[in-house]
Design a protein around this ligand. Sequence first.
Ligand code: HEM
Ligand code: HEM
Length: 182
Amino acid sequence: MPNRVAAVWSRAQRRLHWWVAALILLGFAIAWPMVALPLTELLLKFLLYQAHKTIGLLVLALMLWRLLLRARRGRPPPLPGLPGWQLRAAAAGHAALYGLALAVPVLGYFVAATAPAQVPTLFLLVVNVPHIVGPDPAAFAALRLVHRAAAILLVVLAAGHAAMALRHHLHGRGELRAMWRG
Ligand code: HEM
Ligand code: HEM
């Protein structure tokens, strides 16, 4: 990604950061009861799957928008005072968060598309998102494991990232304020 330097995070960049964070956590929280629910609760199960898939597709769209803004506008320079290794670790963590937040929804889409029991993917319950591949039990078995593992890794990394942001905030540094209020 080109390293353009902006004066501050734009309002759109800040909003996108917090919307994506909230949607990822919501999609992750819904995933477990959605899979665990017995087939006797079919309607609720169906609705949770559609909510999960809608949230995930929204994350994908917002992440693409965010990457576009990041490439066009860049980001503010890191606040002074951090050693080089911490700056490099933060940059690597951010790159991993970008990569996973894109990969997890794409993997999720292929889990849904290859599932042996075909359930349509209805964005917001109304727009039928076509599955570009068909049922494939072997691919489904592998993809669901990778999708789940990548989602757990994403949330664990995000928790570490949030902990670092809060730690800096408690030490009087301004990164969190800059991402919250600009
Ligand atoms: C940020 C986005 C997403 C996150 C954090 C996420 C997270 C997860 C997690 C943790 C599971 C595993 C639940 C379990 O095994 O008990 C799961 C399952 C699933 N996800 Fe996602 N997901 C995301 C996006 C998507 C998208 C975009 C789709 C499809 C369009 C999708 C489709 C599915 C399906 C079909 C399953 C169930 C697989 C099964 O039956 O075992 N996910 N998701
Ligand atoms: C799923 C949740 C989250 C994801 C995927 C995420 C992702 C990211 C990414 C990729 C960046 C780098 C932006 C760039 O360089 O273009 C970033 C920056 C930032 N995030 Fe998050 N984030 C999440 C949650 C949080 C939370 C909960 C907090 C605070 C409690 C937080 C605080 C910050 C701050 C302060 C920055 C600016 C860091 C800096 O100036 O270097 N993030 N986030």
